[in-house]
Design a protein around this ligand. Structure first.
Ligand code: NCC
Length: 277
């Protein structure tokens, strides 16, 4: 029964072909000349994938003292989130970064120095901002949660060869719908976390992925991030994002060795290309 549930979930996600980035051909972006701004090649073609092995590294405090760095770096591609650094934490989180999923706060809040920081250079960037559930892109353009558009335009002009995409809000809300349709309780109507978004993104471009410290290991802690001294239980189980339900869903879809889950916080997922439905 468990195996069937797993297969159903994986097939549902695969068949929805969820991954979608702005192409610039949608209104209002097309009128603003975005077709010239957005990379011509779609994300799936632009990267040097499909990658054979991928690692998704959550920013949870619990990854501290894991000594997983070497194992994480052994993957063909490594995905990290937002402002999560590697410098000084290599032994636990590794040093390779291939893709970063960033929320719009990173691009809008001056504190993150998005234009200058080395964290956002020489890698593939995938940004998101929720937009309205209705899917109205005009409304979204006028009032995003955080203004990612200005920074995107500037960045594209400055570094036109960097792979840099904005996720289509439809991707986020379709993903939310799938989460809700597979959850008995009512999921609060907030967008998925960067973590959940990143996992689905990697399932679309990798043959196989290992996800670290998204499902908490035995090191679980109230320490929010491995890179700052801030404690909040909600970082792991969620307040704004439906993190708790995301984690249950990922747990149901993944292959786990209980021992590895405990010691590494590691679960394994097949890429969509490997799933026969
Ligand atoms: O904290 P954040 O997420 O950057 O973490 C990235 C992803 O790692 C997983 N995570 C993190 C901490 C933890 N204890 N357990 C975890 O499982 C989650 O899957 C998470 O998505 C975000 O999702 O974009 C988020 O971003 C931060 C913040 O905007 C950025 O770090 C930039 O500073 C949000 N925090 C605040 O707004 C205060 C957070 O809610 C979600």
């Amino acid at each position: 029964k468990k195996q069937r549930d797993k297969k159903n979930l994986l097939c549902q996600l695969k068949q929805h072909k969820l991954l979608r980035t702005l192409t610039g051909s949608e209104e209002p972006f097309v009128s603003l000349g975005w077709q010239k701004l957005v990379p011509r090649q779609p994300l799936e073609e632009a990267i040097s994938g499909p990658y054979r092995t991928c690692a998704v590294v959550s920013s949870a405090g619990a990854i501290l003292n894991s000594s997983l760095g070497r194992e994480i770096d052994s993957h063909d591609a490594v995905l990290r989130f937002n402002a999560a650094p590697t410098e000084g934490y290599e032994n636990d989180v590794g040093s390779k970064t291939t893709i970063r999923v960033i929320n719009s706060q990173i691009m809008a809040d001056p504190q993150h120095r998005f234009a200058d920081s080395h964290l956002y250079k020489n890698i593939t960037l995938v940004a998101w901002d929720p937009g309205p559930y209705s899917g109205n892109l005009e409304k979204w353009y006028k009032s995003p949660d955080h203004d990612l558009f200005t920074a995107y335009i500037e960045h594209r002009k400055r570094s036109p060869s960097q792979h840099f995409y904005i996720l289509h809000p439809g991707f986020l809300w379709n993903l939310w719908d799938i989460l809700q349709s597979n959850t008995e309780e009512n999921v609060h109507p907030n967008p998925p976390s960067s973590g959940f978004i990143g996992i689905i993104l990697m399932m679309s471009i990798c043959k196989n992925l290992d996800v670290y410290e998204f499902i908490p290991s035995k090191r679980h802690t109230t320490l929010c991030h491995y890179y700052e001294q801030y404690h909040d239980f909600a970082c792991t189980l969620g307040a704004y994002h439906p993190l708790f339900y995301e984690k249950l869903l990922i747990r149901r879809m993944s292959t786990v060795s209980l021992d590895e889950l405990k010691t590494k916080g590691k679960v394994t997922l097949p890429g969509f290309s490997q799933i026969k439905c």
